[in-house]
Ligand binder design. Sequence first.
Ligand code: GLN
Length: 190
Amino acid sequence: MKIGVLALQGAFIEHIKTLKSLGVEAIEVRKPEQLRDLDGLIIPGGESTTFGKLASEFDLIEPLRSFCNSGKPVWGTCAGMIFLAKDVGRKQPVIGLMDVKVKRNAFGRQVDSFEIDLPIPALGTEPFHAIFIRAPLIESVGNGVEILAKLDDGTIVAARQGNLMATSFHPELTSDPRLHQFFIERVGKK
Ligand code: GLN
């Protein structure tokens, strides 16, 4: 199994480390042709406007859309979630295929970043230590989108639609590999 991590900018190295620790081949993706033999793709956290700018410059937007449409699993974390979303509340280049409306920087500025123990029922009873860094939230989801996690106040912070998964927080910055494992298991099943 080979999983790519979009490596234009942001926290891609940490995702690669976690994937490798789970025994998966993981590569940095910067060119369209690198998508060809992948079994799945992670879009990391970073800055979604920068992803958009660089992905447009490197002619990656359409190949990334095709990859998402191929049915292979794609997971966006934080800025990666914004990059996958259909509605980001403003005009910026995105893949735009996941039927969610997101709000960028929803919790405030860098100083308003926070960590919490988040229940994610799909992972079992043990909560997941989730790190939110200038994170987006999901304001609403379309039909066919399954909500995976909510904050205490009902704010949606993780969801899945078919082969697409999105989380507001940074699972690659904690030592808990359960979300990566969850993603890989889905990849394995296709
Ligand atoms: N604030 C960033 C954005 O809007 C996302 C931050 C992150 O990925 N940690 O793109």
